[in-house]
Design a protein around this ligand. Structure first.
Ligand code: TEU
Ligand code: CA
Length: 544
């Protein structure tokens, strides 16, 4: 069976930084409405909105205080309803961020839970007595640093928070939590949304007493129940955030006969620039052959069941420009990476500003940081004696603020993002890199993304074709074929800064997309630095 979400491209919006409509420096829903024509032109069919619910913004909306109210800075429910219908007019559906591993400590459920050990909602969260020495119940640590347990004076117990202490974990072992969450999900589905992106979904089955967080024993039971109680009633896009998914685990989530999710984000390729066994802050240069092999491996894993996601970045991960080299060939390199990934089988997820080729923007002092993860990291490493320069250099490379700087719409005041003062500083390159300039330039990254996404939409071999890796690519070159009926589409990318030769007997009939000229000499395709293309081909050996 074929689904709408297999034929579409998703665009991820970080609402706080997309478009401000009222000059308070914070992006909002009316701002998104203003930019819907831009998104339609780009060729996307769904918009994933990072959380827009009421929140004290300890973690920019991933700490939800009320699941059924819009964050007042972002607008009203009437604005939301208008956004849904305006998007629909342009052929786009909204994907909501579902954050149900935890709530805000300011959610009414937690306020009640904290009020007394016998409160109605006490068991909706995870409370434990202190260890015999009076300390935290066990060694679980928070993703944002320090212990995952926070002491509560009133009851003398600790509560669990795998993220900030203002993000207490919900207790999924309690069925009452399930019904409340499913009601809330149905509330949003009834508003006509297209589905959910599911925050840290792999954590729902946690068993904290056994130090199990991800992929707990009851996780898939919960997801099957959720599917049945909510989105299983229609053709909805659901995508789980699953940092720790192996291929085997990926199939548990996504094989159609299991009735769980449409797809998952798995992050192996994102982690290729980390030193083995280290966290994201300790980097090494990207090995492009390893990147190619990993991307291709996932294509093979999903060849006959499940469905891949295709993405380079998100609001937690700096844009793909981090893997490119500043200079005259940088845009070509960005287009090469787009060609390599987004012509594979799967659903592309493009993070706002990636289509403009936006870069990281370094900070020089801790005062410029906005993200709780980076701020906590800074202080804990300073306490441990690391130099300011060293810490900021790691944060400038991998910190989450990089992806969260405002969209660059034009060369005017604050790039047209706001008429006021933005909540976080813009990248100061906005006068040379913005949507207005790129829309006028046929060679821009934006023009290329538009061309690619429109080609994708209208080409059955890209949407539905089988993926076959080329048998003998040289180092630094990635090549694959998408076959559909009699059609063969060849995609080749030179991932290096030197000329490469690809030996193939395939006959190139029609080039559909390319970021530069390449030559053909007998059985060789000669690819200048970072050149990539897609072409209809015929012939070739049986294994080509
Ligand atoms: O991210 C989950 C997560 O594990 C992140 O903390 C991620 O590991 C980190 O950004 C990389 O260092 C999700 C959301 O995408 C993130 O924005 C939230 O902060 C987090 O959950 C808590 O809701
Ligand atoms: Ca605003």
């Amino acid at each position: 069976m074929s689904h709408w979400w297999q034929d579409t491209t998703v665009y991820q919006i970080y609402p706080r930084s997309f478009q401000d409509s009222n000059g308070d420096g914070i992006g909002d829903l009316r701002g998104i409405i203003q930019r819907l024509d831009y998104l339609q032109d780009l060729g996307v069919g769904a918009l994933w909105l990072c959380p827009i619910y009421q929140s004290p913004n300890d973690d920019n909306g991933y700490d939800i205080a009320n699941y059924r109210e819009i964050m007042s800075e972002f607008g009203t429910m009437a604005d939301f309803d208008e956004l849904v219908s305006e998007a629909k007019k342009r052929g786009m559906r909204l994907i909501m961020d579902l954050v149900v591993n935890h709530t805000s400590d300011e959610h009414a459920w937690f306020i009640d839970a904290k009020s007394s050990p016998t409160a109605e909602h006490r068991d909706w969260y995870i409370w434990r007595d202190p260890a015999p020495d009076g300390g935290a119940p066990n060694a679980l640590s928070s993703m944002f640093g320090g212990s995952a347990w926070e002491y509560d004076q009133l009851s003398g117990q600790y509560y669990l928070h795998l993220f900030s202490k203002k993000q207490p974990d919900l207790n999924w072992a309690n069925p009452a939590v399930h019904s409340a969450v499913y009601d809330m999900m149905n509330f949003w589905l009834d508003k006509g949304i297209g589905g959910f992106r599911m925050d840290v979904i792999e954590l729902l089955g946690k068993e904290p007493d056994r130090l199990i967080t991800g992929n707990g024993p009851r996780l898939h039971e919960y997801l099957q129940e959720m599917n049945h109680a909510t989105f299983g009633r229609g053709d909805y896009l659901t995508v789980g955030e699953c940092w720790g998914a192996t291929p085997e685990i990926a199939h548990l989530y996504t094989d159609a006969d299991r009735h769980e999710l449409s797809m998952i984000f798995q992050f192996g390729h994102i982690e290729l620039d980390q030193k083995p066994g280290k966290d994201k802050w300790e980097t090494r240069p990207l090995n492009v052959n390893a990147l190619r092999d990993l991307l291709f491996k996932w294509q093979d894993e999903f060849a006959s069941s499940g469905w891949p996601t295709l993405f380079w970045s998100n609001h937690d991960v700096p844009r793909i420009a981090r893997w490119t080299i500043p200079g005259p060939l940088q845009d070509k390199q960005l287009k090469m990476f787009a060609t390599l990934l987004y012509l594979m089988k799967g659903t592309p997820f493009i993070f706002q500003g990636e289509e403009l080729g936006l870069r990281n923007h370094p900070v020089t002092s801790v005062e410029e940081l906005r993200d709780i993860e980076s701020i906590n990291l800074y202080h804990s490493r300073r306490d441990a004696g690391q130099s300011e320069a060293e810490i900021l250099s790691a944060i400038n490379e991998k910190g989450r603020d990089n992806a969260r700087r405002p969209m660059q719409w034009s060369s005017t005041h604050e790039a047209g993002f706001t008429t006021g003062k933005p909540w976080i500083a813009l990248n100061n390159d906005y006068q040379i890199r913005n949507a207005e300039l790129e829309a006028k330039d046929p060679n821009s990254v934006l023009a290329y993304y538009r061309q690619l996404l429109h080609l994708r939409k209208s080409t059955p071999s890209i949407l539905k074709g089988q993926f076959i890796r080329l048998p003998k690519e040289p180092d630094g070159v990635a090549g694959y074929i998408r076959t559909f009926g009699d059609v063969k589409l060849l995609v080749v990318a030179n991932m290096t800064g030197t000329t490469q030769h690809l030996h193939t007997s395939l006959d190139i009939r029609r080039v559909l997309l390319t970021n530069g000229d390449f030559d053909r000499q007998q059985d060789d395709v000669i690819l200048p630095p970072y050149v990539a293309f897609a072409a209809e081909v015929v012939g070739g050996n049986s294994n080509e």
